[in-house]
Design a protein around this ligand. Sequence first.
Ligand code: AMP
Ligand code: MG
Length: 336
Amino acid sequence: MLTLIKKPTAEVLSNAAELLRQGQPVAIPTETVYGLAASAYDIDACRRVFEIKGRPQDNPLIVHISDLNMLYGFTKEVPPLALTLAERFWSGPLTMIFKRKDIIPAGVCGGLDTVAVRMPDCDPVRQLIRLCGFPLAAPSANLSGSPSPTTARHVYDDLNGKIPLIIDGGECRAGVESTVICFTGEKGVRILRPGAVTAEMLGEYAEVEWDENVFKQPEKDARVISPGMKYKHYSPKAEIIIVKAQSVQALAEYLNARRGEGVYAVLYGDEEGIDLPRIDYGVTPTERAHNLFAALRKTDELGARTAYVRCPETDGIGAAVYNRLLRAAAFRVVEL
Ligand code: AMP
Ligand code: MG
């Protein structure tokens, strides 16, 4: 199959809607990462998405809507807190979990009786959903396990020949996937996956707790609320090792002692005295989120065997970066 990369003109969006109506998955840009979309009401189309990505069947898809009223078509209860959060954070990178109506097939949601929903902050995609008239289920448009795609080129590298169309919306603004939350009561939410809507931001509207598996490896065979948390994720071919250092000097000493063929350092960019070939992922927390996945993909382009990554901060959007890195590194962390 020929895979086209097209800018989101009116004609391209209309063609994309037609492909989606026919049950063919289409890659879409969003403000978080690129998604591989199919009608959330069409189990055969969604099965194709799982198959193309090689995604485990029990890892549920996030359903994307263009307008708030769409939400009522396929959820059973919308708590008042959800409306407050929707008003503040939609369109945007916040995914909320609701009870699902049967119009969303169980297979789309990994067999759960809930559905995860968000409204992307990306005009062409909301336009596309309106053209379709149905919500789009869309996981990240990468091969399962590899770093998420933040450019059309990344999608092409993973899915060339497997899908008919990639809509090219340029580089994704946020660069990490959405924050996923569920409701714990009238006033409370639990963060299942951190993202660009931070705990601090949610804290202005709700009591916030963290799921225990956000920063640690779920026990083998544990029943986790958010099935995506138990899989190896976001990994390039290189072995990724996170390095937590008290100072740049300590970091430099540790890294310089590990120079060798195929050994790289992924750094903020402002460190001095480090002699390894380096990939910089950003001096500010927002830059690091924006560049993380591209930096992980870069280690493969360079043929890295091992990449030591300077640990990001763990508050604000840093929590999202750290959460993804832990999985990319299979929880290998060196503390100096
Ligand atoms: P991705 O599509 O790669 O962004 O991953 C979506 C993630 O959202 C999954 O890995 C799940 O962990 C989470 N998720 C989606 N739907 C649900 C749900 N119904 N309940 C809990 N977590 C969900
Ligand atoms: Mg993913």
